[in-house]
Design a protein around this ligand. Structure first.
Ligand code: SAH
Length: 280
C-alpha cells in the first residue's frame, strides 16, 4: 500500500521569489530541500509523527514518508504538529520500507546503537554534507528513523549506505524520535544556509541506482542463488544481509546493475540447462 509520496507530487507552496542573487541561492536551497525525505519507520506514537513534522517544517523541509505507522492519521499527530499540518497532509504512507525509499539513491539510517550491520558510521554533520552533495547532483536522499523502542532493525539498516549516530553519551544514548529528527534537520539547514551551489552541477553521466532498482536486483540475486542451489538447506537470511551490505557499499550505477542482472540471468540459464541435462 502506498499513498501520497511520489516524485512528482505537489509540494508545499512557497511565496514567489524575485530573481536576485539571494533569491537564486534560496531557489537552489529549495530545490535541494525537495530532494530530501525523512522516512519514519514503524512509529508507535502519533505524537512523535506530529513533532517530527514540526521539526522538519521549522528547518525548511517538507517531505515525510511514514512506513507502517501504528496510528496515522491521528488527532495527536495534528496536535503536536503545531501548524505543520501541510507536512502531515502530504506525508506518504507505505506498508514497506522500500516503498518509502523508492527513488532514493542515498539512504542514511539514524541509529543510537552500533549494531552488527557494520555500516560506515558518520555524524549528522557529515550526513548533511553527503546528503546535500547528492541532492546537488540531482539525486534523491532518504534519512531513515526507527521505531521508538526497537530502533531500526538489521534488515532495515541493510538498505542504508551509512549509519548516522548523534554523538550522545554511551550510557544514555537514545534521543526521543522527534528530537533526533530535529537534530538531523537542523544540521541539514545549517549546511544548506552555509554553502549552496548557485546552480546544481551537471548530473553525473552514470547516476547511482536507486533503492527500488537495488531491491529488484536483490530479488534477482536471491532467485539466482536459489536456482544454482547455493544455500544447500541453510537459511538464506544471513548471507542475503551480507550480500546487501557488499552491494550497498559499492553503490553501483544503473549501467553496472544491468551488467549484474545480465550475469545473474546467464547463471540462471546455465542452471536450467544443467537441470534439463540431468533429467535427460
Ligand atoms: N532503543 C532504540 C532507540 C530508538 S529512538 C535504539 O537503540 O535504536 C527512535 C529513533 O530515533 C532511532 O531509531 C533513531 O532513528 C533515532 N535516534 C535516537 N537517538 C539517536 C542517536 N543518538 N543517534 C541517531 N539516531 C538516534
Amino acid at each position: 500500500m502506498t499513498t501520497g509520496g511520489g516524485a512528482g507530487r505537489p509540494g508545499i507552496d512557497y511565496p514567489w521569489q524575485p530573481l536576485s542573487a539571494g533569491a537564486l541561492r534560496m531557489t537552489a536551497a529549495f530545490d535541494l530541500a525537495t530532494r530530501l525525505r525523512f522516512v519514519l519507520v514503524r512509529t508507535s506514537h502519533p505524537g512523535n509523527i506530529g513533532s517530527a513534522a514540526r521539526a522538519i517544517r521549522t528547518m525548511g523541509f517538507a517531505r515525510m514518508e511514514l512506513v507502517a505507522p501504528a496510528r496515522f492519521p491521528d488527532r495527536e499527530a495534528h496536535a503536536l504538529a503545531a501548524g505543520a499540518d501541510d507536512v502531515l497532509e502530504h506525508a506518504g504512507i507505505h506498508a514497506e520500507l522500500i516503498d518509502g525509499l523508492a527513488a532514493s539513491s542515498l539512504v542514511l539510517g539514524l541509529s543510537a546503537r552500533r549494531r552488527g550491520v557494520n555500516l560506515p558510521e558518520i555524524t549528522p554533520r557529515e550526513a548533511a554534507a553527503q546528503a546535500l552533495a547528492a541532492a546537488a547532483r540531482g539525486e534523491q536522499v532518504a534519512l531513515v528513523f526507527g521505531n521508538e523502542r526497537s530502533g531500526l532493525e538489521n534488515g532495515e539498516l541493510a538498505r542504508c549506505h551509512a549509519m548516522v549516530r548523534i554523538p550522545s553519551v554511551d550510557d544514555f544514548s537514545s534521543l526521543n524520535l522527534a528530537q533526533a529528527v530535529q537534530v538531523m534537520a537542523y544540521e541539514l539547514r545549517v549546511a544548506l544556509l552555509g554553502d549552496v551551489p548557485a546552480a546544481a552541477p551537471p548530473v553525473d553521466d552514470e547516476p547511482p541506482a536507486d533503492a527500488a532498482q537495488m531491491e529488484q536486483f536483490y530479488r534477482h540475486l536471491a532467485q539466482m542463488l536459489d536456482d544454482i542451489e547455493f544455500h544447500k538447506g541453510r537459511a538464506p537470511t544471513t548471507i542475503m544481509l551480507r550480500l546487501r551490505k557488499l552491494y550497498q557499499r559499492a553503490q553501483p550505477s544503473e549501467r553496472e546493475l544491468r551488467v549484474l542482472h545480465g550475469m545473474l540471468a546467464d547463471a540462471q540459464r546455465m542452471a536450467a540447462l544443467a537441470q534439463s541435462r540431468q533429467r535427460d
